[in-house]
Design a protein around this ligand. Structure first.
Ligand SMILES: [Zn+2]
Length: 135
């Protein structure tokens, strides 16, 4: 078992309303030289919770933190003019919360973070640490 002490939230940095799934993200990540999709979970626009990379395999999502974290990503993160924005749909918010609660149950020592805490990026375009601090 990997030792997990962080759950890190991301966005796909795609325009709001753009429908993408794990096959798309898997393709983009392979094009960037990753072995497969870098996230462990992807939340679709309709609130779908899709599995990505196996939890037992380190992800490829947050440089320097992959070995001991789980990477969770929602589809979206940009407005129609490609500016960073919290584009989570009501269904995505509900599914993200559900998934994070479930992960916290399995990894009680893990703290929840947003990618931007570890990189000069806007990802996931909202304050995940603050929003989920009581989970
Ligand atoms: Zn990210």
């Amino acid at each position: 078992m990997r030792k997990i002490d962080m759950i890190i939230v991301h966005c796909t940095a795609t325009r709001e309303g753009g429908y993408f799934n794990t096959a798309d993200v898997d393709r983009w990540h392979r094009e960037r030289g990753f072995k497969e999709i870098g996230y462990h979970y992807l939340i679709g626009l309709g609130g779908e919770i899709w599995k990505g990379r196996d939890e037992e395999i380190p992800g490829a999502h947050t440089k320097g933190y992959n070995s001991h974290s789980i990477g969770v990503c929602y589809v979206g993160g940009l407005d129609t003019k490609n500016r960073p924005r919290d584009t989570r749909t009501v269904a995505q918010k509900a599914s993200l919360l559900k998934l994070l609660k479930e992960l916290k149950k399995r990894y009680p020592a893990a703290t929840i973070h947003g990618h931007k805490e570890f990189a000069a990026k806007d990802c996931p375009c909202f304050d995940a640490k603050e929003e989920y601090k009581d989970l």
